[in-house]
Design a protein. Structure first.
Length: 364
C-alpha cells in the first residue's frame, strides 16, 4: 500500500493539468483534423464537455505513433481527416464509432456519452480519494500528512454523477448548465481539472480504438462480414499500444486513469452492460484484459479506482449490500481490493446473463 498520497507519481492529481483542464501538448505541424459538430441547435442543447473537444484532438495527435499512423491511413486507407463530435439529442445511443461518410471512414464521438464519462471520472476520482484512500491510509498509519476527507466535494461529485445518469434515459440540458461546471469550475477547480484530464486521456483511447478498426482493416470487411469479439479485443490492444508510448511521460498515469475510466463508464451504463452484446467482450473480461496489460504493481491506486466502480455496480445493480460489504477486508493491496470485486462481478454475470444481451440503450 502506498505510504504517501500526493508525493507519488501514481496520484492522478499530479498528472492532470488543472489550470484549464488541458495538458501541455507540444505543438507540431499536424495534418489538419477539423472538428465538425452535428446539426443540433446548440443554443438549446449544450453540454459543457464540448469545451474540451479541441483538447481531445490536440492531445491524441500529440501521440506520435498514433498521429503518424492516422496520417498514413488518411493517404492510403480511406480514413477521413474530419472528426465528428455529435450530441445525441434524446439520450445516449452510442459511445463512438468509425463510419463511412462519402467513401471515407470518419471517427465519431458521442458528446452525450462523453458528458457521462466525464462525470464518472469526477465521481470516481473524488470518491476514491476521500472515501477509500484516506481511510485506508488512516487504518494502516500512513496518513503522515493528516489528509482529511472533503465531504463538500464528495457531495458535488455525487450530485454531478446523479445528473449524468439521467443521460442514459433522456437529455435534460439545464442539468449541465448549472455551475460549477467545466466552463466555470469555481471552488471545485482542482477536482474539475482532474476530471478534465481523465476525460481527455479516455477520449484519446477511444479515438485510438476507433482508428484501430480502420488500421486493422475491419472497416473494409465485406458487407456480410461483421466485426467479431476478437476484432474488438484486437482494437483495444492496438489502441493500448499506441497510447502506451506516453506512459513514461509526465501525463502517463493520467492516460492510464483515462483508459480505466472508459471501462468504468461503460460498466456503469446499466445492469446489462456486464454481458457481451455479441460484438464486444463481457465487461469483466474486457476490464481485466486491459488492466493486466497496463502492468501495474498491485499497490497501484488504479486497481482501487476500478474496484470502486465495480463495487458501485454491484451495489446499484447486483443486489450487493452495505452489510455484506462491511464484512469483507481489510485488503493488503489495491490489487486485492480489485480482484475481490471483479470476482463478484464475474459470478453475477455468469449466473444472470448466460447469453449475449443487447444493452437497453443500444440502438441498431
Amino acid at each position: 500500500m502506498r505510504s504517501e498520497r500526493s508525493d507519488s507519481n501514481q496520484n492522478y492529481k499530479e498528472d492532470t493539468i488543472c489550470e484549464n483542464g488541458g495538458w501541455n501538448v507540444n505543438r507540431r505541424n499536424f495534418m489538419t483534423y477539423p472538428i465538425e459538430t452535428s446539426l443540433f441547435d446548440y443554443s438549446d442543447t449544450f453540454l459543457p464537455v464540448q469545451a474540451l473537444n479541441q483538447q481531445v484532438v490536440d492531445s491524441a495527435l500529440s501521440i506520435e505513433d498514433l498521429r503518424e499512423s492516422m496520417d498514413i491511413d488518411v493517404e492510403t486507407n480511406d480514413l477521413s481527416n474530419a472528426i465528428l463530435f455529435e450530441e445525441e439529442h434524446d439520450r445516449i445511443q452510442n459511445v463512438a464509432e468509425i463510419r463511412e461518410v462519402d467513401g471515407k471512414y470518419q471517427i465519431t464521438f458521442s458528446l452525450t456519452f462523453g458528458q457521462f464519462m466525464w462525470s464518472v471520472g469526477l465521481y470516481l476520482s473524488t470518491y476514491f480519494d476521500n472515501i477509500v484512500q484516506i481511510p485506508m491510509m488512516n487504518a494502516v498509519g500512513t496518513n503522515v500528512n493528516g489528509y482529511k476527507p472533503n465531504m463538500d466535494v464528495v457531495r458535488f461529485a455525487d450530485d454531478t454523477f446523479f445528473r449524468a445518469r439521467q443521460l442514459i434515459f433522456r437529455v435534460v440540458p439545464e442539468s449541465f448548465t448549472q455551475i460549477p461546471n467545466i466552463c466555470d469550475p469555481q471552488v471545485f477547480k482542482n477536482e474539475i481539472g482532474n476530471a478534465n484530464g481523465i476525460y481527455v486521456g479516455g477520449m484519446c483511447f477511444i479515438m485510438a480504438h476507433e482508428f484501430a478498426h480502420n488500421f486493422l482493416g475491419h472497416t473494409h470487411y465485406a458487407a456480410n462480414q461483421e466485426v467479431t469479439l476478437e476484432d474488438e479485443m484486437n482494437a483495444d490492444e492496438t489502441a493500448l499500444s499506441f497510447i502506451s508510448s506516453e506512459f513514461d511521460t509526465g501525463n502517463g498515469f493520467t492516460y492510464k486513469v483515462g483508459i480505466a475510466n472508459v471501462l468504468c463508464s461503460l460498466l456503469l451504463m446499466g445492469q446489462d452492460t456486464i454481458c457481451s452484446d455479441g460484438a464486444h467482450p463481457h465487461m469483466d473480461v474486457r476490464i481485466d484484459n486491459i488492466m493486466n496489460k497496463l502492468e501495474l504493481p498491485y499497490e497501484d491506486i488504479l486497481w482501487g479506482y476500478v474496484g470502486c466502480a465495480i463495487r458501485m455496480w454491484l451495489m446499484v445493480y447486483g443486489g450487493y449490500t452495505i452489510e455484506e460489504d462491511m464484512k469483507v477486508g481489510p485488503f493488503d493491496t489495491f490489487g486485492d481490493f480489485y480482484d475481490y470485486y471483479l470476482k463478484l462481478l464475474k459470478e453475477y454475470r455468469e449466473k444472470n446473463f448466460p447469453e449475449v444481451v443487447k444493452p437497453d440503450w443500444f440502438i441498431e
